[in-house]
Design a protein around this ligand. Structure first.
Ligand SMILES: Nc1nc2c(ncn2[C@@H]2O[C@H](COP(=O)(O)OP(=O)(O)OP(=O)(O)O)[C@@H](O)[C@H]2O)c(=O)[nH]1
Ligand SMILES: [Mg+2]
Length: 205
């Protein structure tokens, strides 16, 4: 597969700033600092999304157009950042509700989970909320490089055995590996096709 051609389409801090829907969107959700922006950069093979070692970096909804594919990757702010108070938590839910509540073609959610911890309470809360909307999701574990291979296998089996729901077997990433990004690119395209979101606006190649 040739590299995706991409660009930042829009940054939205509220519903009024959301772009007009123009094609299938893949929404990246997960706790603050889990690696959403890093994974988007790996997929786009460009440093378009801002990454930080401090949680709470992404505060807006950022739309990246994969112009060679006719779909969009959507980087959302993370949740569960301990330094944020109740007001920020409410603001986060408001923004997320606005995004999911508008008439858009959200093909599926990539739910990122830190491989070292597995799903935590606020991941479960998000999962239940997405279930309530029948929103399909792909679980991607990040920071897999921080766990030894042997231990990783045991942990993977445990997380999956505990009832993680994912439209394809969860993928473990390290955020830096080209072959891994390439596999995930193929999977994203395959899922968009299988879910039937493709083709409405020129199609996904
Ligand atoms: N070792 C390792 N570090 C990672 C990986 N993914 C992300 N990181 C690091 O984790 C930190 C957070 O990454 P971000 O991509 O900014 O995380 P985010 O989920 O976008 O965070 P917010 O925007 O705050 O919600 C950065 O220091 C990254 O370099 C990974 O798979 N392995
Ligand atoms: Mg981010």
């Amino acid at each position: 597969m040739t590299a995706w051609k991409s660009e930042l389409l829009c940054t939205a801090f509220n519903a009024a700033q959301l772009p007009q829907p123009r094609g299938p969107e893949v929404a990246f959700l997960g706790r603050s600092n889990v690696g959403k922006s890093t994974l988007i950069n790996a997929l786009l093979a460009r440093k378009l999304a801002k990454v930080s070692s401090k949680p709470g970096k992404t505060r807006s909804i950022n739309f990246y157009e994969v112009s060679s594919g006719g779909f969009f990757l959507v980087d959302l702010p993370g949740y569960g950042y301990a330094a944020r108070g109740k007001d920020e938590r409410q603001a986060w839910w408001r923004l997320i509700n606005e995004y999911f509540g508008t008439e858009r073609d959200i093909a599926f959610v990539v739910h990122l989970v830190d491989f070292r911890h597995g799903p935590l309470a606020n991941d479960d809360e998000l999962t239940a909320w997405l279930d309530g909307m029948d929103m399909p999701r792909l679980v991607v574990f990040t920071k897999g490089d921080k766990i030894s291979r042997g231990r990783g296998k045991v942990m993977y089996d445990r997380y999956v055995g505990d009832g993680l729901v994912s439209i394809a077997p969860p993928v473990v990433t390290s955020g830096k590996n080209d072959a891994e990004a390439e596999r995930l690119r193929r999977l994203v395209i395959q899922i968009i096709h299988e879910l039937g979101s493709a083709g409405r606006d020129g199609g996904v190649i």
